[in-house]
Design a protein around this ligand. Sequence first.
Ligand SMILES: [Ca+2]
Ligand SMILES: [Ca+2]
Ligand SMILES: [Ca+2]
Length: 135
Amino acid sequence: MKLKLLGLAALLLVPGLAASAQFDKAMAASASLTALDPDNDGTVDVPEAKAAAAKLFTKLDPDNDGTLDAKELSGRVDEAGLKAADPDNDGTLDQKEYEAIVEARFKAADPDNDGTLDDKELTTDAGKAFLLLVE
Ligand SMILES: [Ca+2]
Ligand SMILES: [Ca+2]
Ligand SMILES: [Ca+2]
């Protein structure tokens, strides 16, 4: 059910770029990219990143209290990162705070600034840091 929803959201949000070059790119995509790219255009855009992050957030939050503490984050966000992303300073991240880190890492991993991450961008250090939060 969730997957269906994600697909629908992607359909609504992705502009009609139906180039065969993109299809080729998608065919050569890594497993990470494939999982993050429900619309199969060969790149991860912000809505796709947020959808994946929301899914992982739920998975990381077994006590279901709507926040992630350092233990639940298990190294995905280090102590300094947690502090920086936690303005209310309660030692946990709620989904919005988590999303903010995802967006920051997305931007850091997108040096060409086209608003999408391709397979190559995902393999950089910044790309890997981003992947930690979404898969
Ligand atoms: Ca995509
Ligand atoms: Ca929790
Ligand atoms: Ca890019």
